[in-house]
Design a protein around this ligand. Structure first.
Ligand code: MTE
Length: 320
């Protein structure tokens, strides 16, 4: 059996230390030793069921030289404004998110509009594990083993019409499940978008898991988008709708401030955010903490070979 074909379980692909670390995290969280006010669901649900496995085949075309960020950091330092604006809020509060039943509707300029149940979506294409560099617009980064398949598989399934130019992603917005919706920081639901060619690029991952397990709620369960050459906010979490359009969709962050958050938002060390430089980044979980040397951010987050041609001839200062 080749490396490609071998279906590995997460225990085989995740370093043992990571697993032990994770078990410890769950135990100390249950004991209240993690230093957070834990929601009551956590000890009940997490301890009773444990994380659910997701069989995925490692894809050796998508690996990076750097050590993956620990499961603990990937799942406890998050941006998910529907659950609050502090980095630990999603870990603490996302337990109220109901991920089953869950459907995703694909509509707009497609030949075959469809609403798919999450189980049908999971089975639409073989699940791969890919290790991606992720860079947040705020200047921090992580290396994450994601499990999913290219979004192009789903788009080809619904058959985009010739007039489709953009793809819009819409996250769930339910006040009953998402305490962060009380604040009006951005317009809900959270909306993001890509140009159709960007959405069809093999790197764009429809994502169901990380580290060989179903996505934790704080990371956007049960299904999200991951676009590794763009700033993190392009990677919409907990999506319920995908719409193909002719016009460039309005996105939550560009509506908040279009000077600060453009539609493209390609990682670009040469184009500063209006309030800070984007030339370097801080890797979350580096044992040296604030004394860790800053890493130089790479053009397109290191994915130039796969994506630069899509922007040939474009002024990336203007189309930030
Ligand atoms: N999706 C939704 N629906 N709501 C959010 O607040 N935050 C974005 C993105 N997707 C966000 C979202 C931002 S700013 C980042 S950096 C990434 O999710 C963080 O993903 P992670 O927490 O899984 O690392």
């Amino acid at each position: 059996m080749s490396f490609h074909q071998k279906i590995v379980r997460s225990s085989e692909i995740t370093p043992k230390a990571v697993f032990e670390n994770r078990r410890q995290l769950i135990q100390s969280a249950a004991a209240g030793a993690f230093g957070l006010a834990l929601a009551p669901w956590f000890s009940r649900e997490a301890l009773a069921n444990g994380p659910q496995r997701l069989a995925a085949t490692p894809n050796p075309s998508y690996v990076v030289g750097d050590e993956p960020t620990s499961y603990k950091h990937v799942t406890s330092y998050n941006n998910f404004y529907e659950f609050g604006t502090d980095k630990t809020d999603p870990f603490v509060y996302a337990g109220s998110l109901q991920t089953k039943p869950w459907t995703v509707t694909i509509e707009g300029l497609v030949k075959k509009p469809v609403t798919l149940d999450i189980d049908a979506l999971l089975k639409l294409a073989p699940m791969e594990e890919r290790i991606y560099r992720m860079r947040c617009v705020e200047g921090w980064s992580m290396v994450i083993p994601w499990d999913g398949y290219s979004l192009s598989k789903l788009l080809n399934y619904v058959q985009p019409l010739g007039s489709a130019k953009y793809v819009e992603f819409i996250s769930l917005a339910d006040r009953k499940q998402m305490p962060g919706l009380k604040s009006q920081i951005i317009e809900w639901p959270y909306r993001e978008g890509l140009r159709l060619d960007e959405a069809m690029n093999p790197l764009t991952l429809l994502t169901f898991g990380l580290y060989g397990e179903v996505l934790p709620k704080q990371n956007g369960a049960p299904v999200r988008i991951v676009v590794p050459w763009k700033y993190g906010f392009k990677s919409a979490k907990s999506i319920v709708k995908i719409r193909l359009t002719e016009e460039m969709p309005k996105t939550s962050w560009s509506q908040f401030d279009s000077r600060e958050y453009g539609f493209y938002s390609n990682v670009n060390p040469a184009v500063d955010h209006p309030r800070w430089s984007q030339a370097t980044e801080r890797r979350i979980g580096d044992p040296k903490g604030v004394f860790a040397p800053k890493i130089r951010t790479q053009m397109f987050n290191g994915y130039a070979d796969q994506v630069a041609s899509m922007y040939a001839g474009m002024d990336l200062k203007k189309y930030y």
